[in-house]
Write a protein that binds this ligand. Structure first.
Ligand SMILES: [Fe+2]
Ligand SMILES: [Fe+2]
Length: 198
């Protein structure tokens, strides 16, 4: 897998613009750091991080056409909020172009934007790394969620989903129903934990 990672990094360096390449590398190493913390396979985390945005350089209309060509079904929500499509098409590319056979890696790419209820550890790691990686600087809650990611990953996922939904709804943007389901699930985890502590 190591050789795969080196080759892939070189390939992505040639394909991605410098800004996206920098983000990609940052997500892959942040994923690896979280994997160290939570006992997840480091190579898998690094690889999932490297590939998470492998479809992001395509325009939305291009991805919609490519999905139609490959018979990848899109939900109504995905058509309404096409920004999340790169995750679905990226997961397809990971499997078919980059020949990733590991479902855990493919799913981590698939759900890195919306999240989903009951995410695997690797899914939570890539979802979180995408938000907290060192090059990110816009979200107001970064100073809170960055240390939280290494202490309580479920609580961190809850905070990220909460902040993202509030941000999107505040701007009047459409929110994918899977993100809402993910938020409801991790809010319940948060509430249950609070109940236990009281
Ligand atoms: Fe992304
Ligand atoms: Fe990303």
């Amino acid at each position: 897998m190591k050789e795969n990672i080196f080759n892939l990094r070189n390939e992505l360096k040639g394909n991605l613009n410098p800004f996206r390449y920098e983000h990609t590398i940052s997500v892959s190493f942040t994923s690896a750091a979280l994997a160290m913390c939570y006992g997840v396979n480091l190579d898998k985390a690094e690889l999932a991080g490297l590939l998470h945005d492998c479809a992001k350089h395509y325009r939305d209309e291009e991805i919609i056409k490519k999905c139609a060509r490959e018979s990848i079904l899109l939900t109504d929500d995905e058509r309404k909020a096409p920004a999340v499509l790169h995750a679905k098409y990226g997961a397809w590319l990971a499997e078919h172009k980059y020949k990733i056979k590991d479902d855990e890696i493919i799913n981590a790419i698939r759900w890195h934007t919306t999240g989903r209820p009951k995410m695997s550890l690797l899914e939570k790691i890539v979802f979180t790394a995408d938000y907290i990686e060192p090059r990110r600087d816009r979200a107001k809650d970064l100073s809170l969620v960055r240390p939280l990611a290494f202490k309580d990953l479920d609580e961190c996922v809850y905070r990220i989903l909460k902040g993202t939904l509030e941000y999107l709804e505040g701007k009047g943007n459409f929110v994918d129903s899977v993100s809402k389901q993910a938020y409801a699930y991790y809010k319940q985890v948060h509430d249950d934990k609070k109940g236990e502590q009281e």
